[in-house]
Design a protein around this ligand. Sequence first.
Ligand code: SF4
Ligand code: SF4
Length: 339
Amino acid sequence: MQPLVFDPEICLACESVDCIMRCQYIDLDQARAKQEHDRIVRGEMSSILKDCVTCYACEEYCPSGNHPFYHIVEQQERLGVHPVPRPIEKSQVIMMAPRGRIGKKLVSPPVIDMCFFDIMKGGIRGRLFDGATTIGGSDVFCNLMFLHFARNSTIRERLPLVMDNIMRFHLEPSGVRELICYHDECYGTYTSWAPAFGIEVPFRPVHLFDYLYHRLLELKADIKPLNAKVAYQRPCSNRLCPETDHFVDDIFGLIGAQRPKRTYEYGNALCCGGVPEAAQRFDLVEEIRGKNVADMKEAGVQYCVFNCPFCFWTLAEPVAKAGIFPVMMSDLCLMALGE
Ligand code: SF4
Ligand code: SF4
């Protein structure tokens, strides 16, 4: 297994330390940020390793693409920092493990990889997904969530088997090379995490929003503009593939959704609060959710749209209580198609 593509010299020469200065959860002045980050680079303990809420955002903030977050996770694991209490960490490692129950299933394009969220496959319907096949469950689960648990080793250990399962049981026997990732987490795994660790991906991953946008273009004549104001809850894993973020505006443009200006969106998006909740940082959870929902309300939105099911499950209730309708992106698109 290859080491992380990370150049310590780039960090030691970096004055801006954007990875920490732009972090929304760690408040250090420039000199302290530099000092603490240099400690991590030298392999020493740092307050950053303990205070990080694993929001993934610094992967996007580093102008040199030097993988600050993957490096943080590696150092947390090496130095025994556990962002989430150990009993929860251990139970998740067991619960999310590949169960070895996969069997050969022929698929036809578009093939949607539901990640662990098979429970959501009812959303793969209507003209948007004509002829689609889904795969999902523990044996094809990317395991990237273990970045939140300082368990990079778990991802390293499981991902080769997961990709082999996808190829051997589904794509290869069906002659398919393209996989549409329902969850940003899978797409981020295959386009960011795997290359960062020198791991080859044997299929072409496609982001769900890329698929939806191009499918909507084909169905453009049938779209009835929603004429509604919509907020987007950007998930942490989209920080690993910021090049796909423009699809939100592209899709909104096609379905007639307006995106009023908000404080907490694009690079400033706030976490849904689900991971800090697992880490039992309850004060922070209240603060983040309060700020996020108040920001949506202030922007006067009718809908809050999600791509990540975990964000949906954690934020749907406070959003609904604020009088905003929570909806998954694919369902919002179906509404514009009158379905
Ligand atoms: S990770 Fe990027 S932003 Fe952070 S110190 Fe290194 S080069 Fe600078
Ligand atoms: S992952 Fe998020 S909380 Fe952790 S250092 Fe990076 S930006 Fe800050």
